[in-house]
Write a protein that binds this ligand. Structure first.
Ligand code: ADP
Ligand code: MG
Length: 336
């Protein structure tokens, strides 16, 4: 069956039928607005992300189910980067009338599975026909105890720069697909099934360890750059200390030029934070506890030094923040 035969309200009813009771949800899908409640003493966190077919994703590389999960995960990641708990989700969806229901069902399955994994309730959205590409607009609401949210503006000279997980895997998968090659499954999974670091972000914020935090959607160069700008500081990153996966290292042996993807490749959805040296051990312990290790990649310097990278030769050079074209990406596919 096609979406055009089921219709807008048929689809909404089908989604609604799959949703049970969730904490904080007095009224979810099916009314003019959702009626929700946050725990006492919490503040609301909200974020939204737009995904366009042929700009942000291509069904040649990602399945509808993976896309559903990813559309949620990239939003979870924004709440994680604030140190919050994700709670409520809204999905705006436009797709062509001739979309197969099987594909749409797989997308909705992905959305609901990713939401369920994080205890997040789908409480609303909007649905309409697209004359062409799929358009997905996901909004997330989370909460954080008052005073615990971690912004981008708190980094101080002498803080250490930490990242979770490994860098560049997602962008490397995309680069390989664009060249007609087949990436190692572990790289493909990092692109198509990113995992938002929600537990780690919340744990770090609850312990009050980071001075600033951001999620890596556009690469270290760009996203650390946002922290530096908001905080009025500089930073030095050591290239030898960037955490790289085994699959990434194997590709580097043949294609050393792809090292840049670890610095400027998008869509890792890892956390990057700055931490005073006195908090380092506690932060590393939380990384280990969450199952996603944190790695020190550099330190915060004065603003005049800008963002610099110290190579394996020991020489520090300015890290020029470049767009994706520089590494052979189309700006749209990886830039967000
Ligand atoms: P309205 O006309 O007020 O926009 P709709 O008929 O579009 O209401 O939506 C009816 C209900 O279904 C609302 O609660 C809305 O939030 C929900 N809804 C619509 N589309 C989606 C979707 N794609 N995912 C989740 N909920 C949806
Ligand atoms: Mg509507």
């Amino acid at each position: 069956m096609k979406l055009g035969e089921l219709g807008e309200f048929g689809l909404i009813d089908a989604i609604r039928a799959r949703i049970g009771e969730m904490p904080g949800v007095h009224r979810g899908i099916g009314d003019d607005a959702a009626e929700l409640e946050l725990p006492a003493g919490h503040r609301l966190l909200t974020s939204t992300d737009l995904l366009l077919e042929a700009v942000h994703f291509d069904f040649a590389w990602i399945s509808a189910g993976e896309l559903g999960r990813k559309a949620v995960a990239v939003n979870l990641s924004d709440i994680a980067a604030m140190g919050g708990t994700p709670r409520f989700l809204y999905v705006g969806l436009a797709c062509p009338a001739d979309t197969e229901m099987a594909q749409l069902d797989a997308f909705v399955d992905g959305v609901l599975a990713e939401a369920a994994d994080h205890g997040v309730a789908l409480v609303g959205g909007d649905t309409c026909r697209s004359p062409g590409p799929w358009i997905i607009a996901v909004t997330i609401e989370g909460s954080v105890p008052a005073g615990q949210a971690i912004g981008r503006g708190g980094a101080r000279i002498g803080d250490l720069v930490l990242v979770s997980g490994t860098l560049g895997d997602s962008a490397l998968a995309l680069t390989l697909w664009q060249q007609g090659a087949i990436p190692h499954p572990s790289l493909a999974a990092r692109h198509n099934r990113p995992t938002a670091r929600v537990t780690l972000g919340r744990a770090l914020a609850e312990a009050g360890l980071p001075t600033a935090m951001i999620d890596l959607s556009d690469g270290v160069a760009s996203d650390l750059g946002h922290i530096l700008q908001a905080s009025g500081v500089g930073a030095e990153v050591r290239s030898a200390d960037l955490p790289l996966s085994l699959a990434f290292r194997e590709q580097l042996e043949r294609h050393p030029q792809w090292f840049g993807l670890a610095l400027a490749g998008g869509e890792d959805y890892e956390l990057l934070c700055t931490v005073p040296p006195a908090h380092l051990d506690a932060a590393l312990a939380l990384g280990a506890l969450s199952g996603v290790p944190l790695t020190v990649i550099g330190s915060v310097t004065d603003r005049a030094s800008g963002l610099r990278i110290r190579g394996s030769d020991g020489v520090a050079k300015p890290l020029l923040i470049k767009g994706y074209e520089h590494f052979g990406h189309t700006a749209g596919e990886a830039g967000r």
